[in-house]
Design a binder for this molecule. Structure first.
Ligand code: HEC
Ligand code: HEC
Ligand code: HEC
Length: 433
């Protein structure tokens, strides 16, 4: 259907399309900070260089106002532009390929009639040879993407199928949570493979597994459906508080989903069996946690890292390492503290972290930044303690590691003014494994 065929007063359809844009998180990549919605220009780091998102407001000159529905559908699901050139997979079309015609139709009507046109040129991508040769992407698409639409599984309930659809198609959760192969494609785009959502790394930051079924001993498999719902709606639960690039996903997307949709996602994730590796510690040791708690309480024979912890962190995260449910996240047994790569943990210590404001949890809790206060050696001692205290089991961090991470950090999220977190180049594509 072409632009002219849709009736602008089709307000129910526009509303539906707006909701689908939320489930697809189009805002996170196509808007910079407080700029006009969908005016584009967000720089996304990729292995080839920085790729800028485009203006997808309905302006006919600078945006997509002259796209027919077919052209829009081809851009979103196949990564092919109106002029026939190929989009970089920084736009998650390999996942959107699974979106239904119905959803694409509502999305199109919303973008044409529910979004304000913005007559501004977005910053343009300017990669060096050979990555500026867009035709190369055609071969990548042919090899690695399958344009199969989502197929519900007959043996699953409607709720689980709905969750699977949201996760695999619009939600594109796998674009960050599924490991990538050497040529950058996700190792799986659906749950027919046990690599799907099995966890990986994003710019040195641990992206946990979302496979929530299992014996409850590793990461998210110990979370209940309600724990997952709380996290997706508010960015916090009894086990964790969100940091890193997941913050924008919660802020712009999952916190706006209906209760039924978020629950469907959680129920679906609970059907995926967790992967256990030979070296995984099968159970978190409460004895080991208690031992560290006792040591910190007695405050004798402390290591350098333990001293830094007592002076700077214990007021909020407590000597127990258990934090306070839904307010201060625990440090004992968490994915972030037990990730092989210390970048996420060290980044949070240096830069602080701000929880997103969401409809269900409007208070903006923040962890202060310590980068100005602690030197590289102090941060290294502290991170080493956190990674090995309370039953955590990771290797030491050196001052040289901290120095390297510090040099690459954006300005702190916390001392900057609220909202700035949206404007930084937080949304980047993944490193290959
Ligand atoms: C992870 C980041 C990301 C998300 C999420 C995302 N996009 Fe994109 N999108 C991009 C980038 C980057 C480009 C430009 C790619 C290029 O230049 O090759 C793009 C390009 C496009 C284009 C092509 C525009 C043109 O100039 O032809 C359309 C249409 C589009 N996106 C629509 C959407 C819609 C609709 C959604 C939500 C369902 C969405 N995008 C979500 C990153 C994203
Ligand atoms: C832009 C990348 C990105 C996308 C897209 C993304 N995530 Fe995440 N997600 C992350 C990162 C990074 C973390 C780790 C956050 C932290 O360390 O605090 C995370 C953490 C999580 C966690 C917490 C797991 C744990 O063990 O702590 C859940 C649950 C989650 N994501 C669900 C989802 C779902 C559902 C989707 C799709 C709707 C999704 N994510 C899409 C990057 C992403
Ligand atoms: C004023 C209270 C406060 C102090 C002091 C504090 N934190 Fe936090 N911390 C928080 C809050 C609130 C969060 C949740 C914010 C977020 O996730 O965006 C948090 C989050 C974290 C996280 C992320 C947890 C996860 O699994 O995502 C880590 C790690 C952390 N703090 C470590 C520390 C360390 C180490 C110190 C001492 C240098 C410290 N905190 C001092 C309040 C505090």
């Amino acid at each position: 259907m072409a632009f002219a065929d849709t009736t602008p007063d089709d307000s129910a359809l526009i509303k539906q399309g707006e909701y689908i844009a939320r489930t697809g998180d189009c805002m996170a990549c196509h808007t910079v900070g407080n700029n006009k919605p969908y005016s584009g220009g967000l720089g996304i780091k990729s292995p080839f260089g920085i790729i800028y998102s485009t203006n997808i407001s309905p302006d006919p000159k600078f945006g997509i106002g002259d796209y027919t529905e077919k052209e829009f559908a081809d851009a979103v699901r196949k990564g092919v532009r109106k002029d026939g050139s190929y989009l970089y997979p920084a736009m998650p079309y390999p996942s959107y390929a699974k979106m239904t015609d119905q959803d694409i139709h509502a999305l199109y009507v919303y973008f044409m009639h529910g979004v304000q046109p913005v007559a501004e040129q977005a910053k343009q991508t300017d990669l060096s040879f050979p990555f500026n040769q867009r035709w190369g992407i055609m071969f990548w698409d042919k090899l690695f993407t399958d344009d199969g639409a989502f197929k519900p599984t007959a043996s699953r309930s409607d709720e689980i199928n709905r969750g699977a659809y949201l996760v695999q198609a619009a939600g594109h959760c796998g674009s960050c949570h599924t490991p990538r192969a050497i040529s950058m494609q996700e190792k799986a785009y659906d749950d027919s493979s046990d690599q799907y959502l099995a966890g990986t790394e994003l710019n040195g930051w641990n992206v946990p597994s979302l496979r929530a079924g299992g014996d409850g001993s590793k990461g998210i498999d110990g979370w209940s459906v309600q724990d997952i719902v709380d996290y997706l709606q508010t960015g916090r639960n009894v086990h964790a508080a969100v940091g890193g690039e997941m913050t924008a996903v919660i802020q712009h997307s999952t916190s706006h989903m209906t209760d039924a949709d978020v629950k469907a996602i959680a129920e679906y994730l609970k059907t995926l069996p967790q992967q256990y590796a030979a070296g995984d510690s099968k159970s978190f040791s409460e004895d080991a946690r208690k031992k560290t708690e006792d040591q910190l309480t007695q405050a004798t024979n402390l290591t350098a890292g333990q001293r830094v912890y007592l002076d700077n962190c214990a007021a909020c995260h407590f000597v127990s390492g258990k934090g306070a449910p839904n307010v201060f996240p625990p440090l004992a047994g968490t994915a972030l503290a037990n990730s092989a790569n210390p970048t996420g943990l060290v980044s949070i210590i240096l830069n602080g972290s701000r929880l997103p404001t969401t409809p269900k949890a409007p208070t903006q809790l923040a962890m202060p930044d310590f980068g100005w206060r602690l030197n590289d050696q102090q941060v290294a001692d502290l991170a080493t303690f956190i990674r090995s205290g309370w039953g955590n089991s990771q290797t030491a961090v050196s001052a040289a590691d901290v120095k390297k991470i510090r040099a690459q950090l954006p300005p702190p999220a916390v001392t900057s003014k609220p909202g700035d977190l949206d404007g930084v180049e937080h949304y980047s594509s993944q490193k290959s494994q």
